[in-house]
Structures are given as C-alpha cells and as structure tokens.
Design a protein around this ligand. Structure first.
Ligand SMILES: NC(=O)C1=CN([C@@H]2O[C@H](COP(=O)(O)OP(=O)(O)OC[C@H]3O[C@@H](n4cnc5c(N)ncnc54)[C@H](OP(=O)(O)O)[C@@H]3O)[C@@H](O)[C@H]2O)C=CC1
Ligand SMILES: CC(=O)N[C@@H](CCC(=O)OP(=O)(O)O)C(=O)O
Length: 349
C-alpha cells in the first residue's frame, strides 16, 4: 500500500512551482498527485517545461478545491499575492493542509497588509491561524498546523542575518540598514518589460525604495525579537543574474564585540539547524556558494573604527527563499526530519 503524503501544487507553472517539483521528486515520504494551472489545464506540464520530460508525466489539473482535495492531502500555493488570499479559504474548507508561498498570510495586521500590498487582506481569523514558517526561528510552532505562511525571499536572508544579534542585544535595532540584491527570477516568470534581457543585462537597478512590501514582514519579526517596535531602512536592487539574494546589513554595535564572538554567537543560535552555515571571520559568502541549495550562508565584519557591524547573508531565492523553505516547513509540519528531500549540494561553479 502506498502511504506517502499526497501533495498538489497550485501555480506549478511558475518558478516557485517548478522548483517545488524538482525537490519533491526526491522526497521519500511524498508523492506529487496533482500539478495545477489556472491557464493551461489539460496540457502536459512537460510540454511547457521540457526539462521535466521523464521527470513528471502528468497533465495539468484545474483549480477546483474539491477536486484537489480528492487527489491530495496537502497543497502548496505558489501563486501571486492577492490570488492566494482568495484561493486558500476554499482549500482549507475542502479539508486540505496549505503551505502558501505568497505574502498574503505573513502580516498579522490586515490593515498593514493592505497598506503595503494594495490588495484586500484575508480574514483576521485566517491571518491569526496562519503560522509564519521561518523554521530557524519558529520551527517549533509549525508541527501539525494546517496553514503555513512561507516567509518572503528577502526577509529570509535578512532575518536569519539579523535576529541572533538583535536578540543578544549586541546591535541597536534603530540603526539597522539593509541593502539587498536579488536575481531576476525573484520577480517570477510572468514578468514585464523591466526584466527583459536588454533591460537587465549589464545593469543594476534599485526599485521600490522605502516602499517594498517585505518591510513590514521584516519589522514584524524584529519587533517581536526586540520586544518593541523596530523600523528599518530597506533597499532592494535587481542584479543581472538568474538566482540568488545577497542581503548586506549594517548596524551600530552595542558594546565591544569581535568577529570571533559574532561567529560563536551565531553558531550557538543556529546549533542543530541544518541549513544555516556561519562563516569563519574574513570569509564572506557569495550567492554561487548556495545556488540550487537550501542553505543560508552568513558572514560578519566588525569595524572598530566606526563601531558598526556589517553582516552578509546569501540564499538562493527560489530554494531557501521559497520552495526549499516550504518543504522544510512541510517536514516540520509532519514531524519528519527537517532536511528530508533537501540535501542538495550547491551547484558550483
Ligand atoms: N520567485 C521567487 O524567488 C519567490 C517567490 N515568492 C512568492 O511565491 C509565489 C509564486 O512565485 P513565482 O513562482 O516566482 O511566480 P510566477 O509568476 O513564476 O508563477 C506564479 C504562478 O501562479 C499561477 N497563477 C496566476 N494566477 C492564478 C490564479 N488566479 N489561480 C491559480 N494560479 C494562478 C500561474 O500559473 P497558471 O497561469 O498556470 O495558473 C503562475 O505560473 C508568489 O506569491 C511570489 O511572490 C516568494 C519567495 C520567492
Ligand atoms: C526581484 C523581485 O522583483 N523580487 C520580488 C519578490 C516578490 C515576492 O517574493 O513577493 P511576496 O513575497 O511579497 O509574495 C519583489 O521585490 O517584489
């Protein structure tokens, strides 16, 4: 008898969905029983994604919650913000467990969500029900829950880099500046002119300055950790690469600390967490060193001249920033080993 967990993916024709397929194919306790598309149902997924030929041989199903519940126990919604908010209530009502990759269930205050995302917020009941699935910070709260809100890509790199120092009181939260850069796949597959090759090749672009929808998500977690509200300066930039996020963070040190002390603090904080790797002093991470993997690599530099700390944190936006982290949440939700199906060595060079 097949006792694997039956899993469906809505948004399977997007970058996050395709990445979920890549990892879930190797998951020992999971079977993908439905790949879903709102625009191409009936077609074979391998027709649109020839790299999946021989990997997954299924026609795409339509978006009907009752039909999905007939085929699957759990569904990943790798759908745009605004879409997930409308879709998830029906999926839950149909009896499915849901892991949502969009920003729709991350912000606990619906009014704050609407201010930044410009869409109607989900119901307050669902916002409170949703568990913010950042495994390294809140992993203990995920087990046996029915709705997991997967963190944003920039917040993942940024919060994993900042939280230990904020929690220890080693940096002044009011001084935090975050300078983040993303590869173009971070914007998804259905993108516009701004992401065309001729626009992005040999080009760096700052965007959404002080308006980025991930600001309230970062502030929500930092405020929780610091015990009082925190505001941050957060700059996002597009860089001409396909995958990867580098978040470089600056903050004033409280007291005197060395690079060695920072490394020890972070290694202790992330002890037994398989996906955060803290670098030795002077060895800073690069995006290629995590590409295709679920790792987040972090490095530091204390500047005694200015009294400031610089933290560099890198992830693959499609893996630790989206689909890999979603599978990490699946593992925690089901009470499985956190790293099941996720032990990929980064693709290097
Ligand atoms: N790309 C990234 O690095 C990250 C993305 N995310 C978030 O994950 C989600 C998915 O992102 P990504 O895969 O990059 O986005 P894409 O734009 O690549 O894919 C989104 C998919 O959603 C499907 N979709 C669109 N409208 C609907 C609808 N009304 N009902 C059902 N499905 C719909 C589309 O497929 P079809 O037309 O076939 O239905 C589309 O392929 C987004 O919310 C994004 O913000 C989060 C972290 C990182
Ligand atoms: C490079 C790029 O454009 N990245 C996107 C990330 C969007 C995203 O992941 O959206 P939610 O997490 O809010 O759903 C952006 O900056 O808006």
């Amino acid at each position: 008898m097949n006792n694997k967990l039956r899993v469906a993916i809505v948004g399977s024709t997007g970058y996050g969905g395709v990445e979920l397929i890549r990892f879930l194919q190797h998951h020992p306790h999971v079977e993908i029983t439905s790949v879903i598309s709102s625009s191409s149902s009936g077609e074979s997924i391998a027709d649109g994604f020839p790299h999946l030929t021989g990997v997954i041989n299924r026609p795409l199903d339509g978006v009907d919650p009752v039909e999905i519940a007939g085929r699957a126990d759990l569904v990943f919604t790798a759908t745009p913000s605004g879409v997930s908010a409308k879709l998830v209530p029906g999926l839950l009502e149909a009896g499915l467990k849901v892991i949502d990759l969009s920003g729709d269930f991350r912000i606990k205050d619906g009014a704050v969500y609407e201010e930044w995302y410009k869409h109607p917020a989900p119901s307050d009941e669902l916002l409170q029900q949703a568990v913010y699935g950042m495994a390294e910070l809140y992993g203990d709260t995920v087990k046996e829950k029915t709705l997991i809100s997967n963190p944003g890509c920039y917040p993942t790199a940024t919060l994993l880099g900042l939280v230990p120092a904020v929690q220890a009181g080693w940096i002044d939260p009011s001084s935090i500046i975050i300078d983040a850069k993303s590869g173009v796949s971070g914007a998804g597959r259905g993108t516009n002119l701004a992401y065309h090759y001729a626009e992005m090749n040999e080009n760096f672009k700052a965007y959404k300055l002080n308006k980025h929808q991930h600001i309230p998500e970062i502030e929500q977690v930092l405020g929780h950790v610091a015990g009082s509200p925190v505001t941050v300066t957060f700059t996002t930039q597009l860089v001409p690469m396909t995958r990867g996020i580098m978040s470089t963070m600056y903050a004033s040190l409280v007291g005197e600390h060395t690079d060695r002390e920072l490394v020890d603090l972070y290694r202790q904080f992330y002890e037994n967490r398989p996906f955060v790797r803290v670098r030795e002093p002077g060895i800073w991470p690069s995006t290629k060193e995590v590409a295709g993997s679920n790792y987040c690599d972090i490095g530091f530099s204390v500047d005694p001249r200015t009294g400031r700390l610089t933290i560099v944190s890198v992830i693959d936006n499609l893996v630790k920033g989206a689909s890999g982290q979603a599978i990490q949440n699946l593992n925690l939700m089901m009470g499985w080993e956190e790293n099941l199906g996720l032990n990929m060595t980064p693709v290097y060079p």
